[in-house]
Design a protein around this ligand. Sequence first.
Ligand code: NAP
Length: 246
Amino acid sequence: MLTGKVALVTGAGRGIGREIALTLARNGATVIVNYNGSKERAEEVVESIKEQGGNAEAVQCNVADFEASAQMVKDVLGKYGKVDILVNNAGITRDNLIMRMSEQDYDAVLDTNLKGAFNMIRHLSKAFLKQRYGKIINISSVSGVMGNAGQSNYSASKAGLIGLTKSVARELASRNVCVNAVAPGFIETEMTDVLSDNVKDNLKNMIPLGKLGSAQDVANLVLFLAGNNADYITGQVIHVDGGMVM
Ligand code: NAP
């Protein structure tokens, strides 16, 4: 159980982040539901948590913005006194073949997916060190491990997250802060809704378990890593992908 813990989940208004927020809250955590553009959906997540007797708050912030994310961390620490669990989930795609990829699409994906996680960890690390406790969970991707044609920007950001995870895990381990990455395969959310049925069928052929995953599949792993049963696990990349990478 996560009773008494405070969790901050980035990009938690919809998709995988939403399910992570609901799952952590169901298990007793107070959840800060960060969103960038999806205000109403983030507020709906907060309402669902409250209806189930939990505690949550929606907070707007573009995590790619260094100053804005510093302010969000300051506000949250000011109000709740601590953050025990940070889930860097916010992410975007801007797919294209490398020879057609614009500089803007490359930068946008790196800024949100990789720099966003850096910003959050950078601003929270002092608090984690002081409290000598913390769980940082970075949502990477199978694309960051295997690569994926048409996703060089996204794959670079997700591979970068793995390097970030391992380095920060080494830096913070002596203060009992665990840092891990979760690498989902193909999960049914708005991010994968855009794929054609043909692409989805091809993907299923690459997945030993023969189906796309659900946001709950990812949230279950995050819940485990966020709790005390994972106290001796740090610097790892754990796959939740139906066996795509093995
Ligand atoms: P999604 O449905 O498109 O949701 C993306 C989330 O990221 C939204 O909540 C969005 O918030 C948030 N976000 C985007 N830019 C942000 C920013 N600058 N600041 C704060 N929040 C921001 O995607 P998803 O499938 O749930 O993906 C969640 C994470 O899992 C991503 O990191 C993704 O790369 C990773 N992942 C997904 C899959 C998959 O198959 N779906 C597989 C592997 C990894 P707003 O709506 O408020 O802007």
